[in-house]
Design a protein around this ligand. Structure first.
Ligand SMILES: NC(=O)c1ccc[n+]([C@@H]2O[C@H](COP(=O)([O-])OP(=O)(O)OC[C@H]3O[C@@H](n4cnc5c(N)ncnc54)[C@H](O)[C@@H]3O)[C@@H](O)[C@H]2O)c1
Length: 256
């Protein structure tokens, strides 16, 4: 432990499991004081108990819930240095089968949730004249996509545009705004929803030969949250094992 986040107060939205839990564990290792927020009360409380930190049930698509999560960080720790808006949903659905309600639900969590988290965190960060706003984007949407990811792709590309706009607007307050674009990360949700064939196909498409871990993604968040990233704002880091690189599918070079 190097204490790169010593005594920094961090709110992790979508911190119950998967990538968000990975971020919480990594930040805790580096000395951060955490608050976890998630819509899944049981899993969120279990992760919070594991770390000995406060938890609040939060539907980030609701502004009042976003504000309550920020308030908990302030009442418990007295300030808010870092917010990670990681909550996201990725239902597989072809565009021709997507209803307007389906579309709105993905927008509400992934995109409005990003706006809500930002608005809520802005109040204390603006008053403090410092803060780190961090978001989980994706390579899916900003760079690549596949059938069944229409609404999801739109939200993640939208988050990247929002990151740039917010970074510009908040630069005068000492607040930086950045994101991480994971490739294929092996979480329980991916295992449940995508299955073994999908995972094998992805392993074959990733130059580094494996899916990423939540810790791989958390390490990029840690860098962006740390003092080392104090001059970085309005950008994203790709964490994909090189998946975006190949021009064609036969990319593995035969040994000479
Ligand atoms: N796993 C991947 O390969 C991958 C790749 C790129 C991007 N992402 C993004 O990473 C993030 C986390 O994904 P994951 O794979 O760990 O999935 P996950 O389902 O394990 O984690 C998402 C978390 O967000 C919470 N959540 C969902 N809706 C919420 C809401 N309305 N309010 C508050 N919390 C809510 C869930 O309960 C869960 O704890 C998502 O934004 C996802 O789009 C994942």
């Amino acid at each position: 432990m190097t204490e790169r986040l010593k005594d920094k107060v961090a709110l992790i939205v979508g911190g119950a499991r998967g990538i968000g839990k990975g971020i919480a564990l990594r930040f805790a290792e580096e000395g951060a004081r955490l608050v976890l927020a998630d819509s899944e009360a049981e899993a969120g409380q279990a992760t919070a108990d594991e770390l000995g930190v406060p938890f609040i049930g939060t539907d980030i698509s609701q502004m009042a819930d976003a504000e309550a999560a920020v308030t908990l960080a302030l009442t418990h720790h007295g300030r808010l240095d870092i917010i990670v808006q990681n909550a996201g949903v990725y239902p597989w659905q072809l565009i021709e089968n997507t209803s307007t309600d389906d579309w709105d639900r993905v927008m509400a969590v992934n995109l409005r949730g990003t706006f809500n988290a930002t608005r809520a965190a802005l109040v204390p960060m603006k008053a403090q004249r410092s803060g780190r706003m961090l978001y989980t984007s994706s390579i899916t949407g900003p760079h690549v996509t596949s059938p069944g990811h229409g609404h999801y792709s739109a939200t993640k590309a939208g988050i990247n545009g929002f990151i740039r706009a917010a970074a510009l607007e908040f630069s005068g307050y000492g607040i930086t705004v950045n994101g991480v674009e994971p490739g294929n990360i092996l979480t329980e949700a991916i295992q449940q929803h995508r299955g073994a064939a999908y995972i094998k196909n992805m392993e074959d498409s990733i130059p580094l030969g494996r899916l990423g871990s939540p810790r791989d993604v958390a390490n990029a968040f840690l860098f962006l949250a740390s003092d080392d990233a104090s001059y970085i704002t309005g950008t994203t880091i790709v964490v994909d094992g090189g998946q975006l690189l190949p021009e064609g599918k036969d990319f593995r070079m035969a040994p000479p």
